[in-house]
Design a protein around this ligand. Sequence first.
Ligand SMILES: Nc1ncnc2c1ncn2[C@@H]1O[C@H](COP(=O)(O)OP(=O)(O)OP(=O)(O)O)[C@@H](O)[C@H]1O
Length: 528
Amino acid sequence: ELLPKMHRFAVHVITRSRKCPSAWVPCEYLFGHGNLDTCKSWVEHLSARINNEQDRPKNLLVFVHPVCGKGRGCKNWETVAPLFDQAKVNTKVITTERAGHAYDTLASLSDKELKKFDGVVAVGGDGLFNEILNGLLSSRHKTSYPPTPEGFGYFGSNEKPQGYSNHGLNDSLRTSDAVNGMLPGDSNKSDDHEPLLSTTQSAGLDISSSNPNTEPSSGDQVPLVSFPNDWFRLGIIPSGSTDAIALSTTGERDPVTSALLIILGRRMSLDIAQVVRWKSSTSAEALPTVRYAASFAGYGFYGEVIRESENYRWMGPARYDFSGTMVFLKHRSYEAKVAFLENRSTPSLTASAENVADGVQPLQSCQKRPRKTICRTNCSICKETSTSGQNSGDAIPDSSRMICKNPKWVWSKGRFLSVGAAVISCRNERAPDGLVAEAHLSDGFLHLLLIRDCPLPLYLWHLTQFTKKGSDPLTFKFVEHHKTTAFTFISSHDESVWNLDGELFQACEVSVQACRGLVSLFASGPEV
Ligand SMILES: Nc1ncnc2c1ncn2[C@@H]1O[C@H](COP(=O)(O)OP(=O)(O)OP(=O)(O)O)[C@@H](O)[C@H]1O
């Protein structure tokens, strides 16, 4: 009877999902009172409290990849867009039309325009996120190249600063694209394979064209945006075929959970791998080209699977299983040299390189591995190492800077089935603990995995361990696992391909360094 006289208002809240510990779900409570003014004052009070939450984003630039995963990009955005509207978060949405679209938009966007946003959101997979990351950092991350070992052809070149303008860097990217384009069998696919090197004209599109007075970023006298910084954040609404970055940073592969974390303005730092390609092939001219990876950089098996899978795009996400099997059966190994910076605070996680230099060894646990500390929300390890230098522009943490002053390089040479560096755990549905269960999101380290040539059944045994929760795939004797801040890789193989966050990158000489907390995410780490 009282109901008709009541004034009511709805409060949208979020709550934990009962089934999944890391998932959030929205729900709605209805409140009512007979007095309209009372209702109004409650609403005003609640609104004022929400407006006071400084971490909540107000303006976001959103890229939707319409054909990612099984074409879920647009559908997922339609599902979560009302949540952003309810929370009064303004979104500028761009539906990508081609590979390279998001990269070009962000790389050519003036800092002044970028400053209008609190962050960028990818509605897509790891590939779209990687494009966004590279577009943002291409001219806005100013640091030296990774350190390189003495004896390496470019030793000392790391002191040379990177291009400080968009143009300088883009030119080098485009020039090296031309080098790539001339490689046998790669000429007509370079755009597909290396979408960041798209030859299409860069443009800020409707964002910059909407303001004709906006200066292009290369003309800016003082850069307004540089990385790392403490305000700009990146988000992912997972919609791709793997979604390792979303899974590793939120514990879920759930568009709604990710959207809610963005709306609430959660914040965490994320390490990024800076990959410098010195040479794309043995015969190519040396021309440093910089790329960034948020999850993984892999060579050999990992690169070949991506290259092979390009031929089976029509299969959808199943192409990875298919090409994975094909590449596995080929069982190719690659002659290569890898030098990594020894991390004195945590000794090598496997037997030393010399011990396993003979390659094939029977399967055994090498040595007692240190107990794994899994990275989760409020991780003490990530907090510990991220207290200094966060906003200073220095990418290397204090602990590793000490190592760099007097670095000890350790060389590993031989035939490898794969060489990989995990920046984060890289959890995915096939590997529930990820490639490296103990990898941290923001500790400033890479996990270098060197898989030496070994008999096919042992390699299969190793690979199948990834699919089992709680197993330890890295204890095989043919597996070297090193926690490091930087490494250099040299192969003499002309068709050397790397896999950076699932994207192809042709390179036979690369140096890689971990850039601690280079970007911030709208996330708070997995709950478990
Ligand atoms: N509109 C588009 N059309 C075609 N490709 C696009 C488009 N937008 C982005 N891309 C590119 O598609 C690639 C894959 O994107 P993403 O990882 O987000 O989706 P995915 O379904 O997980 O794909 P994949 O399995 O190939 O990694 C990236 O290289 C990205 O640059």
